[in-house]
Ligand binder design. Structure first.
Ligand SMILES: *[C@@H]1O[C@H](CO)[C@@H](O)[C@H](O)[C@H]1NC(C)=O
Ligand SMILES: *[C@@H]1O[C@H](CO)[C@@H](O)[C@H](O)[C@H]1NC(C)=O
Ligand SMILES: *[C@@H]1O[C@H](CO)[C@@H](O)[C@H](O)[C@H]1NC(C)=O
Ligand SMILES: *[C@@H]1O[C@H](CO)[C@@H](O)[C@H](O)[C@H]1NC(C)=O
Ligand SMILES: *[C@@H]1O[C@H](CO)[C@@H](O)[C@H](O)[C@H]1NC(C)=O
Ligand SMILES: *[C@@H]1O[C@H](CO)[C@@H](O)[C@H](O)[C@H]1NC(C)=O
Length: 429
């Protein structure tokens, strides 16, 4: 699961954020705020875009259609192709990425930073991938409690991860989830040969096919997961990542003191906010070089009436619950939803600025994708009813009284590996 860190935004949104309506697969959003964000909160606008969970939203078409996969190479001379979350309305041709945090670019690379006591940086690609080969040249961050993530995360929390734990620069953890169900057997640990993950460039690839996932580091296949190995005979289904997913990259403070013990242990201990990197630069950092996405053809038998967007056709969210359509992915305003895509479009043209509030732009929580770890230590903090959750997120810096942190930690505990910062929290899974 993805965990996200709550960012400072949470604090700044104050009371309104705290009053957010939460959502889960067993408690869908109400009609007026129909979209369940990645963090498990209801809203409109950006809540209906990347991360919007169709299983927990008011109806299956409350979330906006998802931009289809795009073959592309990304380099980082500037951040012109990246938008802050409150500036993105679903046009992936205009902005390839949305992000939170304080990223920088240098020598054609992206520097994801995590200043003292912050929740770090999260970059999410706006083009969904429904099978493909994704690779990234990465130099991870370092230090106990500091986690760098490179993951694929779907809106129903299918997830395929690389997670770099800063306390172990000789290896990268691999993990996957199906619909956020926590299972520590899913995690693996791949040794990285030839220099460590912090000082040296390595290429981390996820080769995601309908019948298998391969984690490939510097051209060596480190791990293969066959779909056939994921069969659940009781439920009669493959618990394999099989829904359109976005690439998320993050740097986040898994070892922050307020996180669950299992999470902190997994991350190698509490973060040292007085480390060499903090003293020298004022932040921890992970460096991202070229990212390549090569899309695979959709599986035979997929319902296809266009080539612009993926939509869910069934809440069960398995491999045959996806159709490809020409439906637009772009919202008219931050008040619009999948149920009324053009709402507010005319006002926008007239230039009145859209009202941005906590119900239209989810709190960015930095974070990362799943964690795994042996979340066992953390498990004791779970109390939730949803066994099935996936959660996401952990909050950082959040106000514990509001429950968000509690959920976040629960989630965290559930998985620890991952990646990106994500988002959010308040999840309920
Ligand atoms: C999306 O952005 C592209 C590039 O900026 C632009 O050409 C196109 O008209 C936009 N599409 C919509 C539906 O706004
Ligand atoms: C992962 O592998 C590295 C290198 O072999 C080892 O030092 C480390 O303890 C392993 N980590 C886990 C969580 O198994
Ligand atoms: C298999 O499915 C059953 C029924 O939904 C569920 O209770 C069980 O936890 C699943 N097994 C695994 C390993 O996820
Ligand atoms: C979905 O998975 C099943 C079982 O592996 C397979 O038989 C079927 O062809 C798949 N359908 C699609 C559209 O991928
Ligand atoms: C796609 O667009 C058509 C025509 O506007 C609409 O009837 C249909 O409900 C849309 N489908 C989805 C899944 O949004
Ligand atoms: C995770 O926890 C389980 C149960 O406590 C333990 O058996 C297993 O060895 C642990 N796995 C790792 C990778 O530490």
């Amino acid at each position: 699961m993805v965990r996200f860190v709550t960012s400072l935004l949470l604090a700044s949104l104050g009371a309104s954020a705290l009053a957010a309506t939460s959502c889960s697969t067993s408690s869908q959003c109400p009609k007026d705020k129909p979209c369940c964000s990645q963090y498990g909160e209801c809203g409109t606008g950006a809540y209906c875009l990347g991360g919007c969970d169709p299983q927990s939203s008011f109806t299956i078409d409350s979330c906006a259609p998802m931009p289809v996969c795009k073959d592309k190479k990304y380099t980082w001379d500037n951040l012109d192709n990246a938008a802050k979350q409150d500036k993105y309305l679903g046009n992936a041709s205009a902005a390839d990425w949305t992000y939170s945090g304080d990223p920088k670019t240098k020598d054609g690379n992206l520097i994801m930073t995590m200043p003292t006591k912050s929740v770090g940086t999260l970059f999410a690609n706006n083009h969904y991938i429904w099978y493909g080969k994704i690779s990234g040249k990465i130099k991870s961050s370092r230090g106990k409690g500091v986690v760098t993530a490179f993951i694929l995360l779907s809106d129903v929390k299918d997830e395929i991860d690389y997670e770099f734990v800063g306390a172990d620069l000789a290896a990268v953890q691999t993990n996957y989830y199906w619909q956020g169900v926590l299972d520590w057997h899913n995690s693996g640990n791949a040794t990285v040969d030839g220099g460590n993950t912090f000082d040296d460039w390595h290429t981390y690839e996820i080769d995601w096919q309908p019948d298998q996932v391969r984690w490939v580091v510097d051209g060596d296949v480190k791990r293969t997961l066959k779909k056939s190995e994921t069969w659940n005979a009781t439920a009669n289904r493959y618990q394999f990542p099989q829904t359109p997913a976005r690439l998320q990259m993050s740097l986040w403070p898994a070892g922050q003191a307020s996180n669950a013990k299992g999470t902190i242990d997994w991350a190698g201990g509490e973060i040292d906010w007085d480390s060499e990197d903090i003293k020298d630069l004022g932040y921890y950092s992970a460096t991202i070089g070229e990212i390549k996405v090569q899309c695979y053809n959709p599986p035979d038998g997929t319902s296809k009436n266009g080539d612009k967007s993926y939509v869910y056709t069934d809440k069960i969210a398995l491999n045959n619950s996806i159709a490809i359509t020409d439906n637009s992915t772009v919202l008219g305003s931050l008040g619009a939803t999948g149920l009324n895509m053009n709402l507010g479009a005319d006002d926008n043209k007239k230039n009145s600025s859209p009202s941005i509030n906590s119900d239209s732009v989810p709190t960015n929580q930095g974070g990362s994708g799943g964690m795994s770890g042996n979340g066992s230590g953390a498990t004791t903090t779970h109390s939730g009813s949803n066994a099935q959750s996936s959660g996401n997120g952990f909050t950082q810096g959040g106000d514990k009284a509001n429950g968000a942190s509690v959920y976040g930690e629960r989630i965290l505990s559930s998985s620890l590996f991952a990646v990106t910062v994500a988002v959010v929290v308040l999840v309920t899974l």
